[in-house]
Design a protein around this ligand. Structure first.
Ligand code: ZN
Length: 452
């Protein structure tokens, strides 16, 4: 026996309510609630399981059977490739290049790839494939939106990988709600998960991020699937970053970097070179630092612009860096380095569209702000690394040798780093090391005379 009743569900996060609400109490989005029919199944008393007890030693490791997409940056974010029977959700704004990424990867996967399209017609897919110069006999395209038909086809063809573009278009006609509603999305994804695990076939689902509208966002699915990847980038920049938000089979720190061209996505295997490519060495407010993204060091340029504010409320704008962290660093500079920043506008930007949460770039942010404030360019042969504490002290950072090696590789001659880190450096590197233990001495080393 099952009962049906009506509920109101937030299309963004899946929050459920018995009455309609204008603003979601869980994710704060407006007008996101829609009426849906919810079926409540009565628990059957007899639970049977077909699973058997297995000795831990005899279980094969997931790493052994990974399916490589053979797109290095994609495999890196996945943790070394697709795991058998896993479900990967790729989210991102419409038009950012999700379909391009999966289609290009499909060509490189060795084995049959079933591409289920609910969004585009066969003709449109062909056009895209021609533009990307993807021409593989291993890619089978199925224009279908009914889940049962899709799964039956997968069962029949037994492909190596299944791609569903997009999950929001897939529905199951037994459910009473319209395609794209939270209930449909959740139920269909749960069924795909079950099926993938049973048949040991990995699924890649594409999900659109929609702030408003009826189509439910991938947030609802995050708990269900194994891996959630976010494909992001600025509209104006050609760089695209694939970021892992959840990964049952790998680290969530890894990022994959791509560049969008007319003919599709190209992997960026040397991000430091690209991010530093447009640097002007004589400009004030620019400092180079080394961050660790996942397991790989990335050199990047921190840009700051400090201007006097004529109004009572100075502006603070940051791109790629945490706003609250910037406020803290400004307060530290004001108090510990005696820079009068309280009545200035401060704009901070990480070049290349990267977003960094790592405190190891704190010192570079401080130096960039000071450089713009003092109107003195930072010496261009320097790379600046260190976390800054509230007392103005510079704290040690992890993976210092990796960062230094990357800086050396790109031709930097000097590194400014925390005193604590200097002690731990064993190798006799060619780079000249300057160590500081507080912000003021770091600024004095870079800019000789800190007086504003
Ligand atoms: Zn919500």
């Amino acid at each position: 026996m099952s009962k049906t009743r009506i509920k109101y569900i937030c299309g963004n996060c899946g929050f459920e309510s018995l009455k309609w609400i204008g603003k979601c109490p869980s994710c704060d989005s407006w007008n996101s609630f829609a009426e849906e029919i919810v079926e409540t199944k009565k628990n059957s008393s007899a639970i049977t399981s077909k699973n058997e007890v297995v000795n831990l030693v005899s279980i094969t490791s997931a790493n052994e059977s990974r399916i490589k997409t053979n797109v290095g940056e994609f495999d890196r974010v996945l943790g070394g490739g697709l795991t058998q029977g896993s479900v990967v959700l790729i989210g991102g704004d419409p038009g950012i290049g999700k379909s391009t990424l999966v289609l290009q990867s499909a060509e490189k996967i060795s084995g049959i790839v079933l591409y289920v399209t609910g969004e585009e017609s066969l003709h449109q897919i062909k056009l895209r494939a021609e533009r990307l110069k993807v021409n593989s006999e291993n890619i089978l395209v199925l224009p279908e939106t009914e889940l049962d038909v899709v799964l039956a086809k997968v069962d029949e063809l037994k492909p190596t990988v299944v791609i569903i573009d997009s999950i929001q278009t897939i529905s199951k006609s037994d459910f009473e709600n319209a395609p794209g509603t939270v209930t449909q999305l959740r139920e269909c994804t749960a069924l795909i998960m079950q099926f993938a695990k049973q048949k040991n076939i990995p699924f890649i689902l594409i999900g659109h991020v929609t702030k408003e509208g009826y189509i439910a966002g991938p947030k609802v699915l995050e708990h269900i699937v194994d891996t959630v990847l976010q494909f992001e980038g600025e509209r104006t920049s050609s760089f695209r970053i694939l970021r892992s938000q959840k990964n049952r089979f790998g680290s969530t720190n890894e990022i994959g970097i791509f560049e969008m061209h007319d003919t599709g996505l190209k992997e960026v295997t040397n991000p430091s070179e690209i991010f530093l490519g447009e640097r002007n060495k004589k400009i004030t407010g620019s400092v180079i630092t080394a961050s660790i993204e996942g397991t790989r060091p990335v050199l990047l340029e921190v840009q700051a612009l400090v201007t006097p504010s004529n109004f009572g409320n100075p502006q603070r704008v940051t791109t790629g860096f945490d706003y609250r962290r910037l406020s803290i660093l400004l307060a530290v500079l004001e108090k510990r380095a005696r820079l009068k920043l309280s009545s200035t506008n401060v704009f901070l930007n990480l070049a290349g569209g990267l977003r960094i949460d790592e405190p190891a770039i704190d010192l570079a942010v401080c130096c960039a702000i000071a450089s713009s404030m003092l109107d003195k360019p930072a010496p261009s042969e320097f790379i600046v690394i260190g976390e800054v504490g509230l007392g103005g002290e510079i704290r040690a950072v992890s993976h210092i040798e990796k960062r230094i090696t990357e800086a050396e590789k790109l031709g930097f001659k000097k590194v400014l780093l925390p005193s604590q880190n200097k002690k731990s450096i064993k190798s006799s590197s060619l780079i000249e090391i300057s160590a500081c233990d507080n912000v003021l001495s770091a600024l004095e080393l870079l800019f000789d005379n800190v007086k504003s």
